[in-house]
Design a protein around this ligand. Structure first.
Ligand code: SF4
Length: 337
């Protein structure tokens, strides 16, 4: 990367790092599942959809022997198949089982929790309103837990239009990576139209999404510009950029340091930096290096919640703590957590 000489008085002075930022427990686990499957069974390992929505992660795993596919037709008989962190519909799960693949499910346990709740309430006769973004694989996976009776609402207009067959037993579920504030607004609209609606005891938006948004709420007012490291397909990264912009701070999302543009920092003394839940820290370090080239003198970490969440691996990829050996593989399906 060529060295850029900062122009005096117009370069960033200080970088403020959001806490927490970057990888969450679900992403860590999903990547580890692919890496362990590669180590144990050798390449290729097939992965349905991008394991997590990050270009760097996907390219790294491709280089190690993972093959990313969207359609099960592209998986040869006898192959090992990993479901991405976003989860899959019942139809995909059943078809993959029918074809006899060795399946490892990297669905985030917090997404699986929503699937389990949907299945349980459906058995009790509930119909669902799902708050989420159309076309997102997590939404397709969650809505695909049922063959009918689950309706997508993306905004308050959808809430006004939606027509469930009955309203006695109606429940709300949400995508895990939404804007906390948007979801609260849409939920309020649902409550106003369907006062008897059942809401999740614990919200479906996950701890990692919540914590990263809370950190941006603290950080954004203290900086002149905010950079979010994340890929365009990453829902939670997009929400971080939007949140900062909504708070009045110019905000940009970059997939890597090469996408930073010098003019963004022309009048910025303090630059805020965060990363979506699927963006590895190495990309944040690259951005810091680039900002230093542009003149940044110091880096300061904000105070924030320390995350200690860790999810167990599927059994066939676990290490036995006593012997240090891998526990024997068995053919699955197995849910994520
Ligand atoms: S963002 Fe949340 S739901 Fe998604 S993988 Fe991470 S912890 Fe799981």
């Amino acid at each position: 990367m060529p060295q850029v000489q900062p122009s005096p008085g117009t370069s960033p002075q200080e970088i403020l790092l959001a806490e927490p930022r970057g990888f969450c427990a679900g992403v860590d686990r999903a990547i580890e599942i692919v890496e362990r499957a590669l180590a144990k069974f050798g390449a290729p390992i097939y992965v349905r959809h991008e394991i997590v929505h990050n270009t760097f992660v996907v390219n790294d795993l491709k280089a190690k022997g993972a093959i990313f596919i969207e359609e099960l037709d592209d998986v040869p008989p006898g192959a090992t198949l990993v479901f991405s962190a976003h989860g899959v519909s019942k139809a995909v799960q059943q078809e993959a089982e029918r074809r006899g693949f060795a399946i490892f499910d990297a669905t985030c346990p917090l997404v699986t929790k929503v699937h389990v709740e949907v299945a349980k309430l459906a058995r009790e006769g509930y119909e669902f309103l799902m708050i989420g973004h159309k076309g997102h694989p997590e939404v397709e996976g969650t809505m695909g837990q049922l063959s009918e009776g689950i309706h997508l609402v993306e905004d308050e207009d959808d809430v006004a239009r939606v027509a469930p067959r009955q309203t006695e037993k109606l429940a709300v579920v949400t995508q895990t990576t939404l804007s906390v504030d948007d979801a609260a607004g849409i939920t309020a609209a649902i409550r106003a139209r369907f006062p008897q609606v059942r809401e999740p005891k614990q919200q479906d938006i996950c701890y990692a999404t919540q914590n990263r948004q809370d950190a941006v709420k603290v950080l954004a007012p203290q900086v002149d510009v905010l950079i979010v490291v994340g890929s365009p397909t990453s829902s939670n990264s997009n929400r971080l950029r939007e949140l900062a912009a909504r708070l009045g701070t110019p905000a940009y999302m970059v997939d890597n340091a090469g996408e930073l543009r010098e003019e963004w920092f022309a009048h910025a003394q303090r630059v805020g930096l965060t990363a979506g839940a699927s963006a590895p820290e190495v990309l944040v370090e690259d951005v810091i290096r680039r900002l230093r080239e542009l003149g940044a003198l110091s880096v300061r970490k904000m105070d924030g919640i320390e995350e200690t969440v860790k999810f167990p691996l599927p059994k066939g990829l676990k290490i036995d703590a006593a012997t240090g050996l891998e526990i024997a593989v068995r053919k699955m399906p197995e849910t994520g957590g």
